[in-house]
Design a protein around this ligand. Structure first.
Ligand code: BG6
Length: 550
């Protein structure tokens, strides 16, 4: 096989769709061949631009945004005329800001364990373009100073006045910052000036707040200026789902209720809430993971084929899918909270003893749902979703279970059951894909063994230096919103879970904690499937051949 030519297609439209007019999650990877990075992006540099990062001293900027920019520099994917303005509340010089970022990068490279060093040339290219500005995000005066700084930079860029504002700030600042940007005239676009904002998660905490935030920011911006991030869409393996489905002839004909029995989507984490207790107490697993990350996986696996990879074509199909999700009743949902337990050989405490968590907390750290999708393709096919903290292993995967073959032929053989075929999409950390099927065990008797065909990314493609934000930032700079959330998509996702949010708020759980750290989650989540004659696949970090798992 020609491995070079089998590289995944970049999942972005070939033309921009716009014309002028808590971040501890990522595994930071920095050391890789710049040529390998460059190969993953189309041969197209963004135009001159200035990126302004609100929240320059925060975790997200340090761990994800700046490392992603560094990887883009190494891949030659940023324009020469490029500048970065960092804004935050703290008094600090540009030099001190760069110094703190340099220390952080050195820490990442050390932690990478491959003995590499920072690419000094790329790093000084980047730091040489950085400017720090102290400012209160809520004060008009900050934006007047920002305008001045931006004008200076635009002057250096020969008059091009493209500006990207990255809101790496707490969600309560999203609305105020955008209003201030609007009031200062900084969002006005013209022939040689596009103006865009990147907004981080969480976008609202329920349907009403998301709709209100959309209404607030849409007074200042047009939809094509808004890039709402869901970092799951920055994952190569998530982007690959559409290629798997639509660039291969064999899957799509089977991708419907005639052939698919049910689908399991799992996002299991071993981490607890760490230092995020205050945020998590008012959020919980349902809000934190479901209408955003798990729904993105659901959309990729279940949406109708878009007519093109154009941003609006793709996002319209996602929105349609979310609108087809049945209201989720509490009978089809399970919530859990971790108690103390043993995780990866170490004793860990319960959620209620985490910092900034109430000793009587009713916040769920686990959720399992059974979803129905009311359309011709999926009617009657259950989609089971589960996510939780402090589970036995870290893994994100989608398992498509196909219908069983009729048994009649095997009635008179020792075969007592026919295992179903499962197409397993391993999103992380053991990225790949496998298809399980039945084979005859060699011998005189008819005996069936479960076997599988496996594709692991690492066997085909060089590891890519990525923190998962490179594609997202790059796409925003070239004006491709395919991998970003549109207002109606976000609202449709919140709408799908709103009934459950309300029901759970009305009836707090009375059995917390109900799963031990290091387990697979609450027993009730197992019952959610057994009552349909199904069972969750085991939660495992490493992919194992079916024969090894017995
Ligand atoms: C974040 C959630 O959006 O995603 C976290 O707030 C969660 O609670 C994280 O841990 C999971 O992301 P990833 O990329 O580590 O799977």
């Amino acid at each position: 096989m020609d491995r070079e030519n089998s590289a995944p297609l970049p999942l972005r439209s070939s033309r921009p769709t716009t014309s002028p007019g808590e971040a501890s999650r990522a595994t930071t990877t920095l050391a890789a061949d710049p040529a390998a990075i460059a190969k993953c992006f189309p041969d197209r540099r963004p135009p001159p631009a200035v990126i302004t990062i609100f929240g320059a001293g925060g975790d997200l900027t340090k761990r994800l945004v700046v490392p992603a920019l560094y990887n883009l520099v190494r891949g030659g994917m940023l324009p020469d005329s490029f500048a970065i303005i960092g804004i935050d509340h703290n008094e600090m010089t540009t030099q001190a800001w760069c110094q703190s970022l340099t220390e952080m990068m050195q820490g990442f490279v050390r932690a990478d364990g491959r003995g590499g060093a920072i690419d000094e040339q790329a790093w000084s290219w980047l730091t040489g373009r950085m400017h720090y500005m102290q400012g209160d995000f809520t004060q008009a005066e900050t934006y007047r100073r920002l305008e001045k700084l931006l004008s200076e930079q635009f002057g250096r860029q020969g008059g091009a006045a493209n500006a990207l504002f990255y809101l790496a700030v707490a969600d309560r600042f999203f609305g105020p910052v955008i209003e201030q940007l609007g009031a200062a005239g900084l969002m006005r676009q013209s022939g040689n000036a596009w103006r865009r904002v990147i907004i981080e998660k969480p976008f609202g905490h329920d349907f009403a707040s998301a709709a209100a935030l959309n209404a607030q920011i849409l007074k200042v911006l047009t939809e094509d200026q808004i890039y709402r991030i869901d970092h799951f869409l920055g994952k190569e393996t998530v982007q690959n789902i559409l290629v798997l489905r639509f660039a291969n002839g064999i899957f799509e004909p089977l991708w419907n209720r005639d052939h698919v029995d049910h689908v399991q989507i799992t996002a299991a984490e071993t981490v607890g809430v760490e230092h995020r207790g205050r945020f998590y107490e008012t959020t919980g697993a349902l809000r934190d993971m479901v209408p955003n990350h798990l729904f993105q996986l659901l959309a990729m696996i279940a949406m109708e084929p878009p007519v093109s990879f154009d941003a609006d074509a793709v996002r319209a199909k996602k929105t349609e899918l979310f609108r087809a999700v049945h209201p989720i009743s509490p009978e089809n949902a399970v919530r859990g909270q971790y108690g103390a337990g043993v995780l990866l050989g170490k004793k860990v405490g319960d959620y209620r003893h985490e910092p900034n968590v109430s000793p009587n907390s009713g916040t769920e750290t686990y959720v399992a749902l059974k979803l129905g999708i009311d359309n011709w393709r999926w009617a009657g096919v259950p989609f089971y979703l589960r996510t939780g903290k402090r589970l036995s292993a870290r893994t994100t995967e989608i398992a498509v279970h196909f219908r069983q073959a009729p048994y009649a032929l095997f009635r008179d053989t020792p075969v007592d059951r026919l295992p179903a075929n499962i197409l397993m999409l391993r999103i992380q950390p053991d990225e790949g894909l496998s298809l399980s099927f039945s084979a005859k065990r060699p011998g005189a008797k008819i005996e069936i063994a479960g076997v599988e065909m496996d594709f692991a990314y690492r066997d085909y493609f060089a590891p890519l230096a990525s923190v998962g934000y490179e594609t997202l930032i790059y796409d925003c700079l070239i004006g491709d919103a395919t991998l970003f959330q549109r207002a109606d998509t976000v609202e449709a996702a919140w709408c799908a879970i709103q009934g459950l949010l309300d029901a759970w708020a009305r009836a707090p759980a009375d059995d917390f904690p109900n799963y031990a750290a290091g387990s697979a989650g609450p027993a009730a989540a197992d019952r959610l499937l057994t009552r349909d004659g199904h069972a969750w696949l085991p939660i495992r970090a490493e992919h194992r051949h079916p024969e090894q798992s017995t």
